[in-house]
Design a protein around this ligand. Structure first.
Ligand SMILES: NC(=O)c1ccc[n+]([C@@H]2O[C@H](COP(=O)([O-])OP(=O)(O)OC[C@H]3O[C@@H](n4cnc5c(N)ncnc54)[C@H](O)[C@@H]3O)[C@@H](O)[C@H]2O)c1
Length: 258
């Protein structure tokens, strides 16, 4: 059987759970060799074993670990063709005036610098072979400026401008750079829903299609498309893979108090 990603090497950050795991599984099903760059050793190793990929323990907020993950992909598999910057963790819901420097710094490290370091390192290899795909997971939270999540919104919007800047600069090298803003019932979402069951119904009802997406069946196929040859003329875009949630926005307005 031939797959869309036969012969490709893909590195997916935060692939131990949620959307990242869905993308890693789908990439492997399409023939890619996948590096699972994840800081949770148990989940990362389990996904890598399941798909016949390679687990590299990686905290994306650490430049040395990000550069090591890219270098390991190249040394073990011979190249890096596809980079998916997906990892996110941390963050706290709170008002702008109550955010701390540390919270902002953490958000930017995980959500912006990590992807930047990975892109910078991977590009050296992609440029040589004049073929590459970068997919950055961004968020409607940032696009719409949802309240309570400044560090997340700021990092994700910085990542979208990095996406477009790199797309322009790297287009002549055959390297495309795109962003996906997803909506999915990831593990993180399901964990919250287990404690607050009403959230699942509210999220489903707010979605034009009446449901939040599935990481493997709804989000990952779009990542496969962007990673494949068929998307070679697509760069600098933001794809909203969210059942239409972005059209009128999401009325996410938690009570933050004064
Ligand atoms: N789920 C959604 O509806 C949604 C909406 C908008 C944007 N996103 C974005 O999609 C991406 C995936 O989201 P998800 O819902 O699947 O999240 P998730 O919490 O289910 O999975 C995130 C993964 O990243 C890992 N991770 C966290 N911090 C890390 C670090 N410093 N280094 C390496 N790995 C780390 C976690 O261990 C986990 O495996 C994120 O970038 C998120 O911001 C998701």
């Amino acid at each position: 059987m031939t797959g869309t990603l036969d012969g490709r090497v893909a590195l997916v950050t935060g692939a131990g759970a949620g959307i990242g795991a869905g993308i890693a599984r789908r990439f492997a099903a399409e023939g890619a060799r996948v590096v699972v760059a994840e800081f949770d050793r148990a989940t990362g190793a389990a996904v890598a074993e399941e798909i016949g990929g390679l687990f590299v323990a990686t905290d994306v907020s650490r430049r040395d670990q990000v550069e090591n993950a890219v270098a390991t992909a190249i040394s073990e598999f011979g190249s890096i063709d596809v980079l998916v910057n997906n990892a996110w963790g941390g963050g706290r819901v709170g008002r702008v005036e109550n955010k701390t420097d540390d919270e902002l710094a953490h958000g930017m490290a995980v959500g912006y610098y990590g992807p930047f370091w990975a892109m910078r390192a991977a590009y050296l290899d992609m440029r040589q072979r004049r073929w590459g795909r970068v997919i950055n997971m961004c968020s409607l939270n940032g696009v719409n400026a949802h309240i309570g999540s400044l560090e997340y919104n700021a990092a994700k919007e910085a990542l979208r401008t990095l996406t477009r800047t790199a797309a322009r600069e790297w287009a002549p090298s055959g390297v495309t750079v795109n962003a996906i803003c997803p909506a999915a019932k990831s593990q993180a979402f399901l964990a919250v829903a287990a404690q607050h069951p009403e959230i699942e119904a509210i999220a489903d009802a707010a979605n034009p299609m009446g449901r939040m997406g599935d990481p493997y069946d709804d989000i990952a196929p779009v990542a496969v498309f962007l990673a494949g040859e068929g998307a070679r003329y697509v760069t600098g875009n933001t794809l909203f893979v969210d059942g239409g949630s972005h059209i009128n926005g999401v009325a996410w307005a938690p009570d933050l108090g004064e």
